[in-house]
Design a protein around this ligand. Structure first.
Ligand SMILES: Cc1cc2nc3c(=O)[nH]c(=O)nc-3n(C[C@H](O)[C@H](O)[C@H](O)COP(=O)(O)OP(=O)(O)OC[C@H]3O[C@@H](n4cnc5c(N)ncnc54)[C@H](O)[C@@H]3O)c2cc1C
Length: 419
């Protein structure tokens, strides 16, 4: 096992870090002022995207691109430390065309698009000219069980007609959001996992209504987590992604790598929180000592380092497994990190907030945003419990294979009895 980054990865780490330090971190204030003034995305975003593309820091997330598509061909393991660096500023990933949910949609289209869908939807996304959203969750049903989804996608001649209500649809208020990938039911009477399909819905199709941008922890994201009403939305049948009944399978294919990317970025968020905590603990004094000289603060710093390192190793192992055996075979590891990493991030950020005192709860540090991100991630892309359920089921399944073999081991009492 080699824990060192390859030469190529190390060189990309340096390049992304330098890009962040030179072009992104100095603009954090400008980004916030611009969005507060209602200008989103801020005009400099387009310039930075062009610069990142010029420097080859583009579409780093997508392994196995075709030769004629823009981007690098990194493995998931090579991408992990780069995503970690991007995760430190919440809008940075978009500069490198590596932001959710567009990345998940690009992966979906990469796997399942027809040549026409590839040209009209995937290529402009890969070039960063448009944005997109993924619409699965619904207010009226428990959507962590995707088989509950009620939106109907009904065939009518050469078209499909879609009716339903979706919410928490990220990116839907981005002015460049050109289309949604909608998950719904084409055949409610089919087997439980063959009822669903996915379809591309251009955002300007009549019947697509933006109800509201939903605040998350009372914070309104500029790109949006939106409620949408789909009322008699008519699109050509050629907009169907894959074939009817493939929706559930495609959702699994999409969510696997997406979850790993979230976790990679979350490691970077935790590193930032720890850095802030360590710096602050060396600046402030109470009762005649620097904060870090109080044992409990030192413990918090040490625990945070331990937990980040554990989580990072698990994320890297997961990325490596996806590279080696694919996301399906790595599903246990994906579930593990999706349960472990957001919880770890929440704990580390919470400790950092405590060290900052009241200031830790204000917008004067990034901690409040990091905490909101951590909390949301324990629900988005599947709540913790759903991942725990998957892990437990896989553990119980593998126990069935070896059942009985553990009983070959004698207890100390058995040994004594036999003597
Ligand atoms: C910031 C953010 C962005 C999002 N972006 C998108 C997006 O772009 N597109 C999209 O489609 N959705 C998006 N979502 C929605 C998200 O994926 C769903 O909220 C999530 O899948 C849970 O579905 P639900 O809210 O309907 O919760 P429910 O399914 O109602 O579950 C509620 C709770 O029930 C408990 N629970 C569920 N199953 C089990 C179980 N097996 N055992 C024990 N307890 C259980 C859990 O505590 C869970 O939190 C986003 C959510 C957030 C917060």
């Amino acid at each position: 096992m080699d824990f060192a980054y390859s030469e190529r990865t190390q060189s990309l780490i340096n390049q992304v870090r330098q890009f962040m330090d030179s072009h992104i971190v100095p603009r954090i204030g400008e980004w916030q002022r611009s969005v507060a003034d209602g200008v989103y995305p801020p005009p400099f975003i387009a310039d930075l995207k062009a610069l990142a593309q010029e420097e080859g820091l583009w579409n780093l997330f997508l392994p196995g691109l075709h030769d004629d598509e823009p981007g690098t061909r990194l493995t998931n393991l090579e991408y992990a430390p780069l995503a970690e660096i991007m995760g430190r500023v919440h809008w940075a990933s978009e500069i490198f065309n590596c932001n959710a949910p567009d990345t998940g949609n690009m992966e979906l289209l990469h796997l399942f698009a027809t040549p026409e869908q590839n040209t009209r939807r995937l290529q402009p996304l890969l070039r960063g000219e448009i944005r997109s959203a993924f619409a699965m969750t619904e207010p009226d049903v428990a959507s962590s069980d995707a088989s509950n989804i009620q939106t109907l996608i009904q065939r009518d001649g050469d078209d499909y007609v879609i009716n339903g209500r979706k919410w928490f649809i990220t990116n839907a208020s981005h002015p460049d959001c050109a289309f949604l990938i909608v998950m719904g039911k084409t055949d409610p009477d089919a087997d439980r996992h063959r009822q669903q399909s996915m379809i591309i819905v251009p955002f300007d199709t009549p019947g697509v209504e933006m109800v509201r941008n939903i605040p998350v922890m009372n914070h309104i994201a500029a790109e949006g987590h939106c409620e949408l009403l789909l009322r008699n939305v008519r699109v050509p049948a050629s907009n169907l992604l894959g074939t009817e009944g493939d929706g559930f399978m495609m959702a699994q294919a999409r969510l696997g790598p997406g979850r790993v990317h979230h976790c990679m970025r979350a490691i970077g968020m935790a590193e930032l929180a720890l850095e802030l905590m360590v710096d602050r603990a060396q600046e402030r004094k109470t009762f005649g000592r620097y904060l870090h000289q109080h044992g409990s603060i030192g413990d918090g710093i040490a625990r945070s380092r331990m937990e980040i390192e554990q989580a990072r190793l698990l994320v890297l192992k997961t990325a490596w497994m996806i590279d080696q055996v694919g996301a399906r075979e790595a599903r246990r590891e994906i579930a593990l990190i999706k349960a472990v990493v957001p919880e770890m991030l929440g704990k580390v950020v919470d400790r950092a907030m405590q060290v900052f005192g009241a200031m830790g709860l204000t917008p004067d540090t990034p901690l409040a945003d990091l905490w909101t991100g951590a909390r949301a991630l324990r629900i988005a892309d599947g709540p913790d419990e759903v991942h725990l359920r998957s892990i437990a089921r896989l553990e119980l399944g593998s126990s069935a294979e070896r059942r009985g073999s553990s009983s070959d081991y004698l207890t100390p009492a058995d040994v004594l009895r036999r003597q």
